[in-house]
Design a protein around this ligand. Structure first.
Ligand code: CP3
Length: 344
């Protein structure tokens, strides 16, 4: 039921209600996730097939959203490239040997792809085994080249992309080479996910919204378009592209060939739905902090949004960026139940 609902919505077919899933739906706002993390480092969680399955399924078992997203991270590509990536408690991911010169780019290759990708693929197989009988689709994903490049160059979660922009202004050719290397690696990685029967894919270009218009075209849209074109997607699984700032750049994201655009929480979903091509679905775009509001406020906001979208097809309810660790668990459950009991 959820699988058809999700897939039909990505095709902009008429459905009885919007499907719902949430970015970062398996995460620290869940005490069951925290219990696992208490004794297990994050990297062990994302590279142990059994834990990948267990954590992917936590929100499915507890909250029943309409889709599961693979428990993993966009930065696994950085591990596969053999750079030193550590997840520090409270600081997030750090690359201790970031790229500083064009020579560092020339030395990059997918050195550890078998070691890194194989437990993830086993995890996908394990997830599918549990999810297929429940009719829940599994969404695989990857980081887009530009966002991965920012982590490779900045070495950590970024503010204003000073190092990345300095690099691309000084070394335009090396930066393009870096994006090409990452694009090829991402194509290989996503093709593997497709071979392991994921039901959908999402590309996260989280930081592309910090680019000026021209660079956004060159470094975000063009590489994502190339990736989508070159995937061996014979089952035509739906592909979503997401970017923080997508409410400003949605018309450009539509040119990537994606089936779904993930809209950030700042734009007006109703206006965007009216303006954007009718055969492209939109995903979003609740403010993750709306979940900190009283339940009657959540209810009023969500019902008003859904009522306004009643005559439109192709809406997947989600947040406009990932759920925060402090999010009240009971409000996530409340939101999912609310959307699941709604009828157009
Ligand atoms: O959505 C999901 O539930 C699926 C799993 C998922 C994670 N990261 C798990 C994770 C997905 C899809 C991602 C994507 C991701 N990772 C992005 C793009 C989306 C976005 O949020 O902008 C980015 C930029 C990353 C890089 C990353 N990984 C950061 C910045 C951090 C630290 C910040 C944070 O939220 O703690 C991580 C770690 C990470 N990835 C955690 C989780 C559940 C937290 C790990 C922990 O401490 O338990």
């Amino acid at each position: 039921m959820s699988r058809n609902l999700y897939i039909n919505t990505t095709k902009c077919k008429k459905v009885s209600r919007p499907p719902i899933w949430l970015m970062r739906q398996a995460g620290r706002y869940m005490s069951s996730y925290q219990d696992i993390r208490k004794n297990t480092p994050f990297k062990t969680c994302i590279y142990t097939p059994d834990l990948i399955k267990k954590i992917t399924l936590l929100p499915i078992n507890e909250l029943q959203p309409d889709a599961a997203i693979l428990f993993s991270d966009i930065l696994v590509i950085i591990d596969a490239l053999g750079l030193d990536l550590v997840y520090k408690e409270k600081q997030g991911p750090i690359v201790t040997n970031p790229i500083q010169t064009p020579k560092d780019v020339d030395n990059l290759s997918l050195r550890y792809k078998d070691k890194i990708f194989s437990p993830i693929m086993q995890g996908i197989t394990a997830c599918k085994k549990s999810l297929d009988p429940l009719n829940i689709p599994l969404i695989g994903f990857a980081g887009a080249p530009f966002t991965l490049a920012t982590y490779l160059i900045e070495g950590k979660a970024v503010g204003n992309l000073q190092k990345t922009k300095t690099f691309y202004y000084h070394y335009p050719e090396a930066f393009q080479t870096l994006l090409d290397i990452l694009s090829n690696n991402i194509i290989e990685y996503l093709n593997l996910q497709l071979e392991h029967h994921v039901d959908a894919l999402q590309l996260f270009d989280t930081w592309a919204g910090l680019l000026p218009w021209e660079e956004m075209q060159k470094f975000s849209i063009t590489p994502m378009k190339k990736i989508i074109q070159q995937l061996k997607n014979s089952r035509q699984v739906p592909i979503t592209v997401f970017c923080k700032g997508s409410s400003l750049t949605a018309s450009e994201l539509c040119k990537t060939g994606a089936n779904v655009i993930g809209i950030d929480w700042q734009g007006d979903l109703v206006t965007l739905r009216k303006e954007l091509p009718k055969d492209i679905a939109l995903q979003g775009n609740l403010d993750p902090l709306l979940l900190f509001a009283p339940q009657e406020t959540i209810k009023a906001k969500v019902l008003s949004l859904l009522d306004t979208l009643k005559d439109q097809n192709g809406i997947i309810l989600n947040v406009g960026h990932g759920l925060l660790p402090q999010t009240p668990y009971e409000n996530v459950k409340f939101l999912i139940d609310l959307v699941k009991s709604y009828r157009y």
